[in-house]
Design a protein around this ligand. Structure first.
Ligand code: HEM
Length: 383
């Protein structure tokens, strides 16, 4: 219910108070205005990307103190890590994954789906592709990618903390073995680079690397799967747009970018205040926790005309949307994400041209750090 009306609620809060203090969850500051979010993201000396309890710390209880390099670090340390990994995330590196993404969709997943005539496109399609792709970028062999894919879906789909902890432990052990192997025999893949990079004169510790790898997989998997699911839902709701997008790859590109503005899959992430300061007139003290609601920034009426309206032909203005974040932590995987979502959509529309929601299907939206769709019960003509 909250997820269904999330942007109405955030819009009301934003118009009244773009930086608002909440007493919920032990107290945090909700930042919903474009300018305020961008200011916080661009000032790492006041607002640190370190937020306690992130990622692996939640499920692998033995490593609560580990800080994930890059994701949770700031300034020079962060810059050095970004530079070390940049080569794996260039537009050319992303384009090099295109054929692989297409092959997974076309030769495996859709081959299985076409004769079924119906299915849940989240579980059987959008959540299947991204873990294999990030596994490949990390440098995992084919069977290991399949293992990773199965276990991350089990981890993020776990219904109890105990289940999540159990899968999390097995998953962390798997990653640790991979990391140790890369340290001993480094290759030219992303995981070898992470395992051997020297930043501030040292390589990262094992706990740090396990946590970093978990966050890398989560960043590559959850957001992309949900972006694609939201995109499919949008196209199923608008058959005319779907026809145009299916026929025009330039329009497909614009569609994906507008979707990341309108419904960013990474809906909100955190920062921790490190000094006495203020944001949007709100006094803040060290330790205050900020929640930056990227999706709300993208609809801020002070920056976007008709921000609550999805417009595939929206004019590019000087205001860049914040669906990929802002400042030094801006999404490193955005070129890869664009390639994955576009190819997944192209292949789906090609293979299932009359795909539609099942009659009376109720589609539940999700809203947390990640914004997406719980399930997409769809049907299509069997062939
Ligand atoms: C549509 C899909 C995606 C969206 C909407 C998205 C969005 C974002 C956003 C908003 C951030 C900034 C978070 C913050 O500053 O707190 C971020 C960071 C990041 N994203 Fe993505 N992302 C997507 C896909 C990917 C993919 C496929 C990868 C590949 C691994 C990836 C890797 C990363 C990394 C490594 C960071 C952290 C960068 C840093 O800390 O310097 N993302 N992403």
């Amino acid at each position: 219910m909250v997820a269904a009306t999330a942007y109405e609620t955030l819009g009301t809060i934003r118009r009244g108070c773009p930086v608002a203090r909440s007493g919920e969850l032990d107290g945090f500051v909700l930042v919903t205005g474009y300018d305020e979010i961008r200011e916080a993201a661009q000032a790492p000396e006041r607002f640190s990307a370190y937020v306690g309890g992130l990622g692996a710390a939640a499920v692998v209880t033995e490593m609560p103190e580990a800080v994930a390099p890059m994701f949770e670090t700031d300034a020079e340390h962060h810059h050095q890590w970004r530079r070390a990994l940049a080569t794996f995330f260039t537009p050319a590196a992303a384009a090099a994954q295109k054929q692989y993404v297409r092959a997974i969709c076309r030769e495996t997943l859709l081959q299985e789906l076409i004769p079924q005539g119906a299915g849940n496109l989240v579980a059987s399609y959008t959540q299947q592709v991204p873990p294999l792709v990030i596994g490949r970028v990390l440098g995992l062999a084919e069977l290991e990618r399949a293992w990773l894919s199965e276990h991350v879906r089990a981890l993020y789909g776990a219904e109890t903390l105990t289940d999540a902890e159990q899968v999390g432990r097995v998953y962390a052990d798997f990653l640790l073995r991979q990391i140790r192997d890369r340290r001993a025999h480094p290759g030219s893949d992303l995981l070898s680079c992470m395992a051997t990079a020297e930043v501030d004169g040292r390589t990262a510790g094992e706990d740090e690397l396990v946590k970093m790898t978990m966050l890398m997989v989560a960043a590559g998997h959850l957001s992309t799967a949900d972006a694609c699911a939201t995109a499919i839902l949008h196209l199923l709701d608008d058959p005319a747009l779907r026809e145009r997008v299916a026929a025009d790859s330039g329009l497909m590109e614009a569609f994906v970018e507008e979707l990341v503005r309108y419904e960013p899959a990474v809906a909100a992430t955190g920062r921790t205040v490190t000094t006495d300061t203020q944001l949007g007139g709100m006094p803040l003290a060290p330790g205050d926790r900020l929640l930056l609601a990227w999706g709300s920034a993208n609809r801020d009426e002070r920056r976007f005309h008709d921000g609550d309206v999805f417009r595939v032909d929206r004019e590019r203005t000087r205001t860049r949307h914040l669906g990929w974040g802002a400042g030094e932590h801006r999404c490193l995987g955005r070129h890869l994400a664009r390639v994955e979502v576009r190819v997944m959509l192209e292949e789906l529309l090609r293979a299932l041209p009359d795909v539609r929601l099942q009659p009376h299907a109720s589609v539940r939206r999700t809203f947390g750090v990640i914004r997406g769709v719980a399930a997409l019960p769809a049907q299509w003509s069997r062939r």
